[in-house]
Design a protein around this ligand. Structure first.
Ligand code: AP5
Ligand code: MG
Length: 208
């Protein structure tokens, strides 16, 4: 049973690696960012609450995201394991998670601050969830569904600066939290997508 948490700054490649991990290990990929963005797109009450925080690069309140994840992990497809991308992001969220699920691997994708800014600035998204990059993974339209590519609203320069500040203040302390719990694994994110995934596979295959 694998309970995986992906840590790493905005733009480190969590979503990119999560897709590869979910497919190889047949785990449900749970991205709180994707869930919140789909609520914004569908005009739900949760979406309108989340939008005000996301647009400023702030975190959505802990109780809101904890409730989303608790509910999602109670679904039958999470019985054999799960892969969390973008959650937890605060110590409070990590403590709440520990009360209803077991984390076996917290994988920290380490990338320099300059590189994450470049990755975010060049990112282009498809509505189906695929992510592209104007230099490292360019495409005119989505390879998977043919959809039009767009830039995420919170990928503007001012918002990115806030997201990075929030990451260092509130999320980076989770590295020590999971180190103390004995489940922290660091991978070098300053490599190609395939090379990063290679390191992640070593972590996951070596620790069942
Ligand atoms: P979220 O959607 O989680 O965004 P994030 O953490 O800022 O991370 P990103 O999705 O920007 O980056 P990523 O690490 O997934 O990188 P990606 O693979 O796309 O959260 C958004 C907002 O929602 C938050 O700011 C907050 O407001 C709210 N929220 C979400 N969860 C919350 C929570 N738990 N609590 C409170 N609020 C929450 O890659 C980036 C780019 O780089 C892509 O273009 C990709 O193609 C490229 N790339 C990836 N890997 C490589 C590589 N190895 N080499 C070169 N390019 C690469
Ligand atoms: Mg992401």
């Amino acid at each position: 049973m694998k309970g995986i948490v992906l840590l790493g700054a905005p733009g480190a490649g969590k979503g990119t690696q999560a897709k590869l991990i979910a497919s190889r290990y047949a785990l449900p990929h749970i991205s709180t960012g994707d869930i919140l963005r789909s609520n914004i797109k569908n005009g739900t009450e949760l979406g309108s609450l989340a939008k005000s925080f996301i647009d400023e690069g702030k975190l959505v309140p802990d109780e809101v995201v904890v409730a989303i994840v608790k509910d999602r992990l109670a679904q039958p497809d999470c019985k054999e394991g799960f892969l969390l991308d973008g959650f937890p992001r605060t110590t409070e969220q990590a403590k709440a998670l520990a009360s209803f699920a077991t984390v076996t691997h917290a994988i920290d994708i380490e990338v320099d601050a300059d590189e994450v800014v470049k990755r975010i600035a060049g990112r282009r998204m498809c509505a189906c969830g695929e992510s592209y990059h104007i230099s490292t993974h360019p495409s005119a339209v989505c390879d998977k569904c043919g959809g039009a590519l767009y830039q995420r609203d919170d990928d503007k320069e001012e918002t990115v600066a806030n997201r990075l500040r929030v990451y260092f203040d509130q999320t980076a302390p989770l590295i020590d939290y999971y180190r103390s719990a004995g489940v922290l694994f660091k991978v070098n994110g300053m490599q190609s997508v395939d090379e990063v995934f290679g390191e992640i596979k070593e972590v996951l295959d070596g620790n069942d």
